[in-house]
Ligand binder design. Structure first.
Ligand code: GLA
Length: 378
């Protein structure tokens, strides 16, 4: 990938730049909790977005998306917003840096990636983090890592139409090989947890249903609005910290739908903490049990699953897989599966065959390695 980028960069701009990368992410548990001020438990993975970048001394950005074979040129004022969705991520990062007082000039870039798009693995956060981190270094801006993550998040809010939480950008920026991170999205305190399932005889694998998950214009923002309505009735800023008893007490003041959404979120908060505690003891059975609970909570109460993902979680359960659930925002994408090593081959075979029989194509098997986040390549 680096080679292909370098060749294109040379052809387009007749020079060489620096290489920056940032990662996609998995999330073991803690879904739709970030914008509720709750806990998440993600890790960066070995699938990245990679960009070669060189400052060009003008006020224009010249960008080439290698995987899409598309070129775009734009200025750095608000009215210069490009039309292409991919370019808006880069433009948004520049604008959000400027809004924070950072001085950004023009640059040339070619980028590519191997984070599957629309699979719930945060390809867009990886792109934002790559550029936020790179521009911070190249323009000597001195922005701290949390603010870099927020720049990516604000890009989603203000230029891409998704009112996302902070998890994806946080994971992409702070990721560390061999570690998951438990982030408290209210206090923004976090802790690295060593994560090596293989040591305990387990494998972690994603199955991509290939149902395209598209958060832009999706009911993602509606879910967030439901949670905010319930929090308001409870007299809180966030759903974080609310109890099931409190929710029951206001049940007749909220809609049935909002009630179900809040019930899922309140349950999920406890599940994340349970999983962290279980991991510390090497108790992967508890980790897996909570993953299934999350799946069915997301499916029945939060209603962000789809038929294909429910099918994959059910096949996993039938094959004796320790834990399986829909991962990320939902509405398509992947399941994340924690599988005993000795069951792995049989599970993958069964999942592929039965899914293909029902939906006409196999799910894509994506093994993941927990890796570093945003970085400059040597
Ligand atoms: C998307 C968002 C995140 C988070 C997840 C669900 O990935 O970008 O902020 O809300 O969905 O956990």
């Amino acid at each position: 990938m680096k080679q292909r980028i370098a060749e294109k960069f040379q052809t387009l701009f007749h020079t060489e730049g620096d290489f920056y990368a940032s990662a996609g992410r998995i999330n073991l548990i803690g879904e739709h909790t970030d914008y509720n001020g709750g806990f998440v438990f993600p890790g960066a993975i070995d699938k990245i977005m990679l960009a070669e970048i060189k400052l060009n001394g003008t006020a224009k950005v010249r960008a080439f998306a290698l995987d899409l074979d598309e070129y775009c040129e734009f200025g750095l004022n608000e009215e210069d917003a490009p039309a292409q969705a991919w370019a808006r991520y880069i433009f948004g990062v520049c604008r959000e840096i400027q809004k924070r007082g950072g001085v950004v000039g023009g640059f040339d870039t070619v980028f590519a990636g191997d984070v599957p798009l629309g699979a719930g693995m945060s390809s867009s956060a990886a792109l934002e983090s790559t550029f936020a981190n790179a521009l911070n270094e190249l323009f000597n801006l001195g922005i701290d890592k949390f603010e870099l993550a927020r720049i990516g998040q604000s890009t989603e809010h203000n230029y891409c139409g998704v009112k996302c939480g902070i998890m994806d950008q946080f994971a992409s920026i702070f990721g560390k090989a061999g570690h998951l991170m438990r982030l408290d999205c209210r206090s923004m305190e976090f802790e690295y947890f060593p994560f090596d399932p293989e040591q305990y005889g387990y494998k972690l694998v994603l199955l991509n249903s290939c149902v395209k998950h598209e958060l832009v214009g999706s009911p993602y923002n509606d879910r967030r609005a439901s949670c905010e309505r319930v929090a308001k009735v409870l007299g809180q800023d966030f759903l974080r910290g609310a109890t099931m008893d409190q929710l029951e007490a206001i049940k007749d003041q909220i809609s049935e739908e909002d009630y179900l959404r809040a019930r899922y979120v309140i349950g999920e908060e406890k599940r994340v903490l349970d999983v962290c505690e279980a991991l510390g003891k090497g108790d992967y059975e508890t980790v897996g049990a909570r993953m299934y609970e999350t799946h069915w909570g997301m499916s029945k109460d939060y209603e962000v699953s789809c038929e294909e993902l429910d099918f994959l979680a059910t096949v996993a359960q039938e094959c004796g897989v320790t834990g399986s659930r829909i991962m990320g925002g939902g509405f398509g994408g992947c399941t994340i599966n924690l599988v005993k090593a000795e069951l792995y081959d049989a599970f993958i075979e069964k999942a592929k065959a039965s899914f293909a029989e029902k939906y006409g194509h196999e799910p894509v098997v994506i093994p993941v390695v927990i890796s570093d986040g945003a970085r400059r390549l040597a």
